[in-house]
Ligand binder design. Structure first.
Ligand SMILES: Nc1ncnc2c1ncn2[C@@H]1O[C@H](COP(=O)(O)OP(=O)(O)O)[C@@H](O)[C@H]1O
Ligand SMILES: O=P(O)(O)OC[C@H](O)CO
Length: 507
């Protein structure tokens, strides 16, 4: 019998990069993780150093292999998954980034986005791209760099500058960088740029022209599962065979392959995706239309997405900025020490509000404060914030599709918190299901890569690897649920119109 083989995935996330190695049963064999710096040069600005990230990725790959005693030639393939929308631009000749990467949470393009929408408004490109004009997406970030970095437009138009989301940056470097690296992006990442035509799955000429984006800088759009090239360096010889934005990878890792399947991931933000099958569904209720995944030459599978900018990041804020807890996981015991929120609500509109509101003028609030409220009530309200934000998105999905949610598969770092999952079941009034493997983001990227090289035979084999770890049933009465949701909506209304447009800065 030959030696056992594996598939690895790299997850380049907002706060850290990790590498996980999976076996044929879709179980974790080894993993390594490393955080990178969050750079906040001004209020509302968030940057990453793409060079640091590339070094961290190589480090976690090496450590995951060493930790599991796995030789590079035991890897059948490697898949990539990544924080989406974050933009890195680099020089084709030197391989050096031209500046820090602008992160998805960054709101510096607020005025630019308003200008791009005029006179139609934020829905101007929705029909073509599936997305509203918002600071969140990559296209306006690229335009901001073109307009604010000296000489960049000329260099980009000459073809000397390469644009990418993190998948492109990593694949280019992994396949040799300045020595023949491939400049590609997977279709799910491309669907987050505001530059791709959703039906044609190619860059949209009209949008590029209106957004003043030079096509010469853009990568080739490829499917989520095919061999993009062979790795050099730490992964020398391994086929790079899958790439998906992290939320699309989580959908795939949850084996949500059927129309109507839904997953919700709770990390820094939370992102709920509904598989809508072969047709893109245009949202009229503040959701995004996006590519779910595309396997090789097969037609793309589309999804509706509800993006919530802040969920776990609120727990981090409670820990780091208020010093109220020592570890993120401490919030569970603190919140469980009280029976309810003491009528206090926290709305974490740190980067404005994303789905379904899309209000960049909103900022966070804590409301309902009385002398009775303790930090335990606030801890509970913080967990509830993730649940009510999910409920808003679920309601928007039901309105768009007329399909009520049957059950919710969850994953992500926050799902280690059982109280959160119970609060979620209570708020949504549906069963919440936690899978055995909660690292579904990496798992989905590994699945995509493994499929491309024949490590797994097809979707049915992948489905068989999925198993349930726990389920949470709704346990509060309708009256209480309705009352709390009403209070939540009042709290949301109080976040709006906070940033003064005439000041013109994001504070
Ligand atoms: N037990 C917990 N309870 C609540 N939040 C948690 C818990 N453990 C981690 N988190 C939060 O989850 C996030 C980390 O999840 P992860 O999936 O690793 O995020 P990402 O992939 O976005 O970097 C952090 O924001 C952290 O505050
Ligand atoms: O890296 P995460 O898990 O915070 O995910 C970020 C999302 O992809 C942003 O759209």
């Amino acid at each position: 019998m030959g030696q056992e083989t594996f598939v690895a995935a790299i997850d380049q996330g907002t706060t850290s990069s990790r590498c996980i190695v999976f076996n044929k049963r879709g179980r974790i064999v080894s993993s390594a993780q490393r955080e990178h710096r969050q750079i906040f040069p001004r209020p509302g600005w968030v940057e990453h150093d793409a060079t640091e990230i590339w070094a961290n990725v190589q480090d976690v790959v090496q450590r995951a292999l060493d930790g599991g005693g796995i030789a590079v030639d035991q890897l059948a393939a490697i898949g990539i998954t990544n924080q989406r929308e974050t933009v890195v631009l680099w020089d084709r000749e030197t391989g050096e980034p031209v500046s820090n990467a602008i992160v998805w949470q960054d709101t510096r393009t607020r005025d630019l986005v308003r200008e791009l929408g005029a006179p139609v408004g934020p829905e101007r490109f929705r029909e073509r791209t599936g997305l509203p004009l918002a600071t969140y997406f990559s296209g306006p970030k690229f335009l901001w760099m073109l307009e604010n970095i000296d000489g960049l437009r000329e260099r980009a138009e000459r073809g000397d500058i390469l644009f990418g989301t993190m998948d492109s940056w990593l694949i280019w470097n992994l396949t040799g960088g300045t020595d023949g690296g491939r400049h590609v992006t997977d279709v799910t990442n491309a669907s987050r740029t505001l530059l791709m035509n959703l039906r044609e799955l190619d860059w949209d000429g009209t949008v590029l022209e209106r957004m003043r984006i030079p096509r010469a800088a853009l990568p080739e759009i490829v499917s989520s599962s095919e061999v993009y090239g062979t790795a050099t360096g730490v992964l020398a010889g391994v086929p790079i065979a899958g790439a998906l934005g992290d939320q699309h990878a989580a959908l795939f890792g949850q084996t949500a392959f059927s129309e109507g399947d839904v997953k919700s991931t709770y990390g820094t933000g939370s992102f709920l995706l509904l598989n809508t099958g072969a047709e893109p569904v245009q949202s009229r209720h503040g959701l995004l239309t996006t590519v779910g995944y595309q396997i090789g030459d097969a037609p793309a599978v589309y999804a509706l997405e509800g993006s919530i900018a802040v969920s776990g990041a609120l727990v981090q804020w409670f820990r780091d900025q208020l010093g109220a807890i020592e570890n993120a996981s401490d919030i569970e015991a603190l919140a469980a020490s009280v029976a309810d929120n003491g009528d206090c609500y926290v709305v974490p509109a740190f980067s404005g509000l994303f789905a379904p509101h899309w209000r960049s003028d909103a900022r966070g609030v804590i409301v309902g404060l009385t002398g009775y409220v303790t930090k335990a009530h606030i801890a509970r309200a913080i967990l509830e914030a993730s649940a009510w934000q999910t409920k808003e998105v679920v309601d928007a999905m039901a309105a768009d599709t007329r399909m009520p949610l049957a059950e919710l598969r969850v994953d992500g770092g926050m799902t280690a918190n059982n109280l959160l999952l119970q609060i979620l079941a209570d708020a949504l009034d549906v069963r919440v299901i936690l899978p055995e493997v909660t690292e579904t983001t990496c798992l989905g990227a590994a699945f995509a890569a493994g499929l491309a090289v024949g490590y797994w035979s097809g979707l049915d084999e992948l489905r068989e690897t999925w198993s349930q770890k726990a389920a949470f049933e709704p346990a509060i009465d309708e009256k209480r649920r309705a009352h709390e949701y009403r209070q939540w909506k009042k709290a949301v209304a109080r976040t709006l119109d906070w940033v003064e447009p005439e000041v013109g800065v994001d504070r």
